[in-house]
Every structure is written in structure tokens, then in C-alpha cells.
Design a binder for this molecule. Sequence first.
Ligand code: BDP
Length: 360
Amino acid sequence: MTPPRAGFDAPTCSVMTRRRVVLSVAAGALSASTPSWTRAAGGSGPTAAPVITGSHGIAQQVLTASDVHISDYPTVEAIRWMGRMLERESDGRLAIRVYPAGALGRETDTVDLTRFGALDITRVNFAALDEAFPATRVMALPYAIDSTEHLRRAVDGGAGERIRRSFERRGLIGLAIYDSGARCFYNRVRPVLEPHDLAGLKIRVPPSDIFVRLLRALGANPTPLSYGEVFSALQTRLIDGAENNWTTFYTSRQFEVARFWGESRHSYSPEALLLSRRRFDAFAPRDQQLILEVAAQSVLYMRSLWDRQEAASRAAVERAGVRVNEVDLEAFRRAAAPILASYLKDPELAGLYRDIRAVA
Ligand code: BDP
């Protein structure tokens, strides 16, 4: 079975008509006080993207982007959409070339490459950022977010903006925060209804302390692996299961091996679209603004792709015979509560958490 195409070609909104809304986002992103990025990223200053002759016959700067997902995953499609909009609005001077399927490396590695300016753009999950960018933790924490709608309100509000701004301190521009749905547990051994059903199971987690600690608190045996290793680890029984959203479960084909899915919805850890600050600073102000505008608009495009693809993925997985069950959510919440509480001892995270809960 081939995962369905996202099938969403036409841009849904015009960059120029939304200029005013987006300009305030741009102003926010640009108004940071003198950045420490030059020092933090160990760099010697801005670097321009390579210039080639584009399809319009004029010099074109092509930004290279990386994503671990397959070519028609919503995040990859959103970056492509950005590229088309950039090309159109810059009269062919700017473009993006995206390398999907982890061709340019693991998420944690592409974050470093982007900070140092060897890569222009990377799209990674917050779970890959929580060590280097602690503000991101708040949106990955167990049961901090109630639903996709809640996540969207938090992303669009003050918490989302503060988290995006926090990337500037370490060599990155937070272009956008995208949806990633609810992460749930799945495995090849048995249905999971209560935390104790996870006892003794080897469950893959992203390389993130939050997820390692959560799985331990739930009684499982957490196994941190990078995303590209999960499918074969499941198939070779190195692990018994993992946790992720419907779209990833489907497009990675893990559903062919892990036949039990429990709706734990324990994390809505979203995606970050990050641009190298070195690249950004090498652009003229009008191009900087255009990039920020287009990125802000790609969020809306991504959301419509996400809603469709998440529903289509779930339907395909159910058709393929995976056993799906609700879990005792209260029991999971209770078991995860000490992890949440321990992170919220940090005053910065506690403040962000209050903002997020205020829009629940
Ligand atoms: C997916 C994210 C991807 C992560 C992956 C993971 O979209 O960025 O790499 O989870 O669990 O949902 O590693």
C-alpha cells in the first residue's frame, strides 16, 4: 500500500494580502536584542546561500532544507509550498530545495548543521530540541496539551512566540511551529489500556529526557533511537513498540509490524521549522521579511494538510487491521504527573505552562 499523497497543490492564500498580519510576526522575530548567535554558533558572520541561475534565467539563491519524513508527508509538503511561494513572490530570486527521508541526517545532527550554517533549513520535532532549547520542553511535556485545537491556540499565542524567539539565542530563526497530532503508544505484543500494560516492554522513544523519563514512570523500558532506526528495530524485535502520531505510524509503515495501538494521547510535541541565523542575516531586509511572511503562512497550509492526512492515515491503519483501543486516560495522567511537575519547577517553563493552560 502506498501512503496517500497529500494532494494539496494550490496555494490557499496570497502572501501579499496577508502582509499586515504577518508583518507583526516578522517584527516580533526580528526585534530581539543583540543576538548572541555569532558567539554561540561559533561563526564568523552571515553566509549567503549559493547563487545559481534559476528557471527565470536570473540569479537564484536556493535554500537547502532537511526533513526526516517521506516526500509527501505534510511537513515536507509545507516546506515545498513555502519554496513555491518564495519563488513567486521574489520573482524567482529565492527558492528552497528540500531533501526528505532523512537524506541529510538525523534530526539532532541537522539542528547543529543549521546552527553552524552548513544547512539552511531543518524541520524537526520539539523532542529533538529539548536539551539545547529548554523552552520547547513545555509543549512536549506529558498531558500539557489537550488537543490539536489547544496546541494551535498555544502556538498562535504568546507561548508559541516566546518559544520561537528562544531559538535566536543559539543560531536559529524559529520560522514556524507545525502540528504533529497526539502521540500514542503502539506495540507488537499486546493491547495497552493501563500504564501497567507497558511493564517490561521495550518502547522506542526519541532521544529526549522527557520521553525517557515518562516511559520509565509508566513502567516501560525506554529505548532512545533516532527516527530512521525505528522501523527496522521493530521488525527485528530490538524493540517491542514505540509511540507516535497516526500520520507517522502510517507513513513509516510501522503499522505493518506493531498491531496494537492505545489512544494514550500523552504528548502533542509539535514540529519546528528552523532557519540558520547566519543565512538569515545575509539576506536583505525585504527578503528576510518575505521569508518570515511565507513561513508564517505555511502554518495554515500545513494545518489543512495535517487534518486530512491524519484522518486518512488513521483510516488506512484501521483498514489494515491494527487493533485500536481507548486507554484509561486518568491512570496515564496520574502516572505522568510527577514528570510534568518536576519540569514545571523551572520558573520559565512554569510561566509558559500557565500561558498554555490559559488557552486550554
Ligand atoms: C514524528 C516527527 C519527527 C520525529 C519523529 C520521532 O514528525 O520529526 O522525528 O516523530 O519520533 O512525529 O522521532
